[in-house]
Ligand binder design. Structure first.
Ligand code: FES
Ligand SMILES: [Fe+2]
Length: 371
């Protein structure tokens, strides 16, 4: 189920309308982010040379669609085999949106003057001026795509003409036949990094979600520790496992992912704890694409039981919990993270922010040396 598709009132359109005063503040903040600190500017649009989920599979059909993601406006469409292609939504002739054009399989024909752009960014035909220099050139940014687990992923390459992206590497919860999952997608009116902070903060479960059937247990105070792992780190409560939202793991496999576990009561059906894989993609500086795969290790008849139970009973409860997070994140001021007083429970957030800034710094150094 995709929350972003729900009608206004529950959906995103209405939620994204900010009061003018806040908008002004947000704009000032964006300008600061883009002007003052290049590291922050790099993080605002999402780090390069990583895979990002950009939308549920159902968003892209044969007719090109336009999405803003990762600092770009992107045209996506499917060819006759169903493969998804993605180009910057900007015709190289005079900048009309390619998404208004015609699907020609592996190419789009621009609606304005018919220039044809292939999925690798090459102009194959200029019908108004055959043989002109634009033909055969490759002026349009292309994005490598992958489709898996109900979502479309893009590789956010520094070099727009990179021929071979690294493979998309997803965790076992999304690749092993022993697991079964549902994607839940939504869009929140806040910086995607606030969404990351929210997930890297297991302690909020005992407070914000204290009414929830799955999260009412657990200590209201806890000590935490950080453990390094081969592909990231885990931030976990000391001496408490399988009680509530006890830990969050950060993973970098060429895509940034977060993993956490919510223990389930027996009434939650077969499959033991509920694992959530999260990934968060900037849509614009004030909007985040929020991807959560809700996974359980179940096979055979137990899988069918769980899938039935999930659709009929559990899904709505999970949306209710997520709604509490959304309200908290969306109502934080854009500069809230510059006026904080952090304490021990926030060590995971501090560690992750520092890590992301280091990755952004390395990216800027790479870009400078290639310039
Ligand atoms: S703007 Fe696209 S063909 Fe002219
Ligand atoms: Fe939460």
């Amino acid at each position: 189920m995709d929350r972003a598709k729900l009608p206004a009132g529950n959906g995103t359109t209405e939620r994204l309308k900010a009061p003018p005063k806040r908008k002004l503040h947000a704009m000032k903040n964006d300008a600061q982010a883009l002007g003052a600190d290049p590291i922050d500017a790099a993080l605002t649009v999402g780090l390069k040379d990583l895979w990002f989920p950009v939308c549920p599979s159902g968003f892209v059909k044969a007719n090109p669609v336009s999405l803003r993601r990762l600092g770009y406006k992107i045209a996506l469409w499917r060819d006759t085999s169903g493969k998804v292609h993605a180009l910057e939504d900007h015709c190289p002739h005079r900048g009309a949106p390619l998404s208004l054009g015609v699907n020609l399989g592996d190419r789009i024909g621009c609606a304005y003057h018919g220039v044809q752009v292939r999925c690798d960014g090459t102009v194959t035909r200029v019908p108004g001026s055959p043989g002109c220099k634009l033909e055969g050139s490759r002026p349009t940014r292309m994005f490598h795509t992958a489709e898996s687990n109900g979502a479309i992923f893009l590789f956010n390459a520094t070099d727009p003409a990179v021929n071979e992206p690294p493979p998309l590497k997803l965790p076992e919860q999304l690749t092993s036949p022993e697991w079964s999952s549902f994607l839940c997608y939504t869009e929140w009116g806040g910086d995607y990094r606030y969404v990351i902070d929210n997930v890297m903060d297991p302690m909020h479960g005992a407070y914000l979600h204290k009414q929830s059937h799955t999260m009412s247990e657990g200590d209201m105070t806890a000590e935490f520790q950080i453990r390094d792992l081969p592909e990231g780190f885990i931030f976990e409560k000391k001496g408490q496992r399988d009680v509530n939202f006890d830990w969050t793991e950060w993973l970098d496999t060429g895509i940034h992912l977060m993993r956490l576990e919510i223990p389930y009561p027996k009434t939650g059906g077969p499959g033991g704890s509920f694992t959530i894989i999260g990934s968060y993609t900037p849509i614009d500086p004030r909007t985040a694409g929020v991807f959560h795969w809700r996974c359980r290790k179940v096979s055979g008849w137990q899988r069918d039981t769980w899938r039935f139970l999930y659709k009929n009973r559990l899904e709505q409860r999970h949306w209710n919990v997520l709604e509490q997070d959304r309200v908290a994140v969306e109502n934080m001021e854009p500069d809230a993270n510059q006026r904080e007083h952090l304490y021990a429970h926030d060590a995971g957030i501090v560690r992750l922010r520092r890590h992301l800034r280091k990755l952004a710094e390395q990216q800027l150094a790479r870009q400078a040396s290639n310039a």
